[in-house]
Design a protein around this ligand. Structure first.
Ligand code: SAH
Length: 220
């Protein structure tokens, strides 16, 4: 459907090309990631009054005190995930649904959990209208999604005070968790790989800033 809210003009496409070029300049090399960012209209995830901000490489408020992550951060986390077509992926922190849509665009089966009721409801309505078939859940991402585990990949899109064991436990052998872990007032981008022998390998990938991962209770 390309009426109303879900239009994608030449201008938008042009701005998106530029954004992808900027992200590439900053070091993103995975062509699957770059192609998905060029394909998914980021302005669809913004309220209509703020469309002009959609193609800047910046985070932006999406309501309920949350933000849509900066495009470079989305690209960086997605690149770390080494997404393969058909991968079953869990996202913690649906927010606007943009990151989930990038993963869907790359051919993944995406499950996404959000603990803020308003954001969950908004994404649950908007994503299918926009053509992104993502399974959305209202709940606490600290627990993962045991009913649908295990996953090939898990991505956390909020700053986590620690690496929740429930998440590493829900990785398949060879699976990768990408999670920004709190350190003072910033986060260290961290990957945890579940090796075939069941052991875990943790690696760090530089400093980022995220909104905090919150509480163990889903909020209205
Ligand atoms: N991936 C989002 C970015 C969202 S910002 C996007 O593409 O727009 C982080 C999100 O994580 C917020 O929406 C916040 O409400 C959510 N969040 C924080 N703690 C959470 C938790 N424990 N479980 C699930 N979601 C959580």
């Amino acid at each position: 459907m390309t009426t109303g809210k879900f239009t994608d003009s030449f201008r938008h496409k042009g701005l998106r090309k530029k954004l992808v070029e900027a992200v590439k300049q900053k070091g993103i090399t995975d062509i699957g990631v770059l192609a998905a960012m060029e394909a998914v209209p980021r302005h669809w995830f913004f309220d209509s009054g703020f469309l002009e901000f959609a193609y800047e490489d910046k985070a932006f408020p999406i309501g309920a005190g949350q933000t849509i992550s900066q495009p470079f951060t989305v690209a960086f986390q997605t690149q770390l995930m080494q997404v393969r077509k058909g991968d079953k992926i869990l996202e913690v922190g649906t927010g606007s649904g943009y990151q989930a849509s990038i993963l869907f665009q790359m051919g993944a089966k995406v499950f996404s959990v959000e603990r803020q009721r308003t954001l969950y409801t908004k994404a649950k309505e908007m994503l299918p209208e926009a053509g992104y078939r993502i399974r959305t859940f209202f709940g606490d991402g600290y627990k993962g999604l045991p009913a649908f585990a295990p996953f090939d990949r898990i991505i956390v899109t909020a700053g986590a005070p620690f690496i929740p064991e429930a998440l590493t436990a829900q990785l398949k052998p060879g699976g990768i968790l990408v999670i920004p872990v709190d350190k003072e007032d910033y986060q260290v981008m961290t990957t945890v790989t579940r090796e075939d022998d069941g052991s875990f390998t943790t690696r760090q990938h530089g400093v980022f800033r995220f909104v905090p991962m919150l509480g163990d209770k889903a909020h209205d």
